[in-house]
Ligand binder design. Structure first.
Ligand code: SAH
Ligand code: SF4
Ligand code: F3S
Length: 467
């Protein structure tokens, strides 16, 4: 792939910044400080995109608020991964007719992964006339232009043409937290797992230049970040499209060399591309959290083939064995899909046995949801919904048993944790492996690493005491 053609030039971005200035002037003339609300659905990539939207909005003079009611701009940054996620968005979008009626100058936009689906933009065009604009992830960098067009009285804006995707460096970001930073290292996906819509709505895989990533990491560390999570649909294929020969493990090492006391996490790792080199690098570098999210999706090699995952049960288990061997304290999590078209009871049992064998700390569990346009949506799917629900419940029950067992083993351990917030009158903290700990303590400790003794456990979290 030619990365050069997919880079948005600085001149193009400067033009967008000039639109921001015009928007700010438009409000200043009226002596109004406008407000904006961005609602984020889906994964961390959308969170990272919303930080950019808030960056543009702040640059355009908007104050960011936490509710749609009364906001001058409302943006729904959406997720298309499952039908349920989409239904929620359509429901909430419908409710905005009322907020707009009460505040007629409200401008409403829909962006994110749903905006990349032709059926969605058509539905909004025809059935949601209160929505002023729709733009797909490929067009996020043009948001100031879209907003200015609307404020200048243009007709509804649809920036939804399908594209392989681009990289825009230098969009301002307003981050949710100064303690934890999301840093995208690549965009898009080339894998085309047969159930998944992401490659259709986020375009082809493209890696950011290492110097841009390092500069961003340096900036967030200097601003106080103690935890950096590197983001990509498949971080292990980082660099394949670059000409400098750098791979993901090399990038991790380079980030570890940056000065400061911080932890690096990353997601998501595709098992096919998770290499021994990656695991060895994780084991050797103290700044890399010993935590791995390695989605297996199914324990059956036949189903994995039908999913186009490019690994089988044995290869997956072999990788996990190696990772645990070099990192005995590794916290392992995963994604799994129940009820993929044609999954038999035997094959489902293979998924259960894989879970039992690996002993994940926790799992993200999903029931297969057909996505229009993906190959799996056209596959024969004779298993009734009730049967899929039963399998799903059985799987969750097994995982809950394992999670509580693993959590109980933490009791009595002394761990270095990042105190990351407060919850009612308690502090919250994260172990290096990413497990949630609640403890009593002074809120001034938020943002520091502390040694904590674990004193209690539930399925979902731990309790502890400061040492
Ligand atoms: N890039 C990541 C996953 C991103 S999507 C990876 O490859 O691991 C997050 C999870 O959603 C997936 O791992 C999968 O378990 C689930 N998922 C994706 N499409 C789905 C679908 N159509 N139905 C049910 N679950 C799905
Ligand atoms: Fe979807 Fe597969 Fe790409 Fe993950 S690797 S985003 S599951 S196509
Ligand atoms: Fe959803 Fe898009 Fe992420 S479909 S899971 S928000 S990449």
């Amino acid at each position: 792939m030619n990365t050069k053609t997919s880079v948005i030039s600085q001149a193009q971005l400067q033009e967008q910044f000039a639109f921001c200035d015009k928007i700010a002037a438009y409000w200043q003339q009226q002596n109004i400080t406008p407000t904006a609300y961005v609602e984020t659905y889906g994964c961390q990539q959308n969170e990272a995109d919303s930080e950019k939207l808030r960056g543009y909005l702040t640059m355009s003079g908007y104050a960011i608020t936490s509710q749609a009611e009364g906001a001058d701009v409302v943006i729904m940054n959406t997720c298309a991964i499952r039908e349920h996620a989409e239904q929620r968005v359509f429901g909430n979008l419908g409710a905005l007719t009322h907020t707009k009626r009460r505040h007629p100058r409200q401008k409403i936009f829909l962006c994110g992964c749903m905006a990349g689906e032709e059926t969605v933009s058509q539905r909004i065009k025809h059935s949601y006339p209160h929505v002023d604009g729709v733009f797909s992830t490929h067009h996020l960098w043009q948001f100031p232009q879209i907003l200015l067009n609307i404020l200048s009285g243009s007709k509804r804006q649809f920036f939804v043409e399908d594209e392989p995707g681009s990289i825009a460096e230098g969009i301002p970001q307003v981050r949710d937290s100064s303690l934890k930073a999301w840093v995208s290292i690549m965009y898009g996906c080339n894998n085309f797992c047969t159930y998944c819509i992401v490659p259709y709505v986020r375009g082809r895989e493209r890696s950011r230049q290492p110097e841009d990533i390092l500069a961003e990491c340096r900036r967030v560390i200097e601003a106080g970040a103690k935890e950096i999570t590197l983001l990509g649909q498949n971080v292990n294929s980082y660099g394949k499209d670059l000409e400098n020969g750098m791979d993901f493990a090399d990038l991790l090492k380079a980030i570890c060399r940056l000065p400061g006391d911080f932890l690096i996490r990353f997601m998501t790792s595709h098992p096919r591309d998770a290499s021994k080199k990656l695991f060895d690098t994780m084991a050797a570098e103290p700044k890399i959290a010993k935590q791995l999210h390695l989605p297996f999706q199914s324990g059956s090699s036949r189903v994995l083939k039908a999913m186009n995952r490019h690994y089988d049960r044995e290869t997956y288990l072999e990788k996990v064995r190696y990772a645990k061997q070099v990192m005995p304290e590794l916290v392992l999590t995963s994604d799994v899909i129940v009820g993929f078209p044609g999954e038999t009871e035997e094959e489902f049992k293979e998924t259960l046995s894989l879970i039992d064998q690996v002993h994940y700390d926790s799992l993200f569990t999903f029931i297969f949801s057909p996505r229009t346009g993906t190959p799996a949506a056209k596959m024969e799917d004779p298993t009734p919904k009730e049967e899929k629900n039963r399998r799903f419940d059985e799987l969750c029950a097994l995982q809950n048993e394992i999670s509580i067992q693993i959590h109980q083993n933490y009791i009595g351990k002394r761990l270095r944790c990042l105190i990351d917030g407060t919850d009612k009158d308690l502090l919250t903290a994260r172990t290096e492996g990413g497990r949630l700990v609640r403890l009593a303590g002074d809120p001034s400790l938020v943002g520091t690493f502390q040694s904590i003794t674990i004193t209690g456990a539930t399925t979902w979290s731990l309790t502890g005491e400061l040492n």
